[in-house]
Write a protein that binds this ligand. Sequence first.
Ligand code: DGP
Length: 114
Amino acid sequence: MTDTIFAKIVRREIPADIVYEDDDVLAFRDLNPQAPVHVLFIPKRAIASLGDATTADAELLGKLLLAAASYAREQGFEKKGYRTVLNTNEDGGQTVYHLHVHLLAGRRMTWPPG
Ligand code: DGP
């Protein structure tokens, strides 16, 4: 897959407001926030899109979701709730082809999404 802005963030080649990191996952604030809290959880080992993930990535995908849930809990959003989103390819609204989970919190979300 081609290099992306998120791979550059993982390598610390460009700055980001990093809020969480472990061996496999990096999380940083979205540059264009759509909610009071808008954090992106990405695997350090890049996967372009959800459609490119395989069973070998199952644990990594689980870690992304659990990291997002853990951060939301720490930030006090467990009771009120929050939204996690994975945009996939063009119709899904994906613009950066390094798989990422959006965590949106701090306002009431609407459904259906735009
Ligand atoms: P998506 O549309 O699902 O591929 O989401 C990509 C998100 O990434 C979008 O909400 C804006 C954010 N974004 C794009 N470039 C940068 C960047 O350089 N830094 C940060 N922090 N976020 C970025």
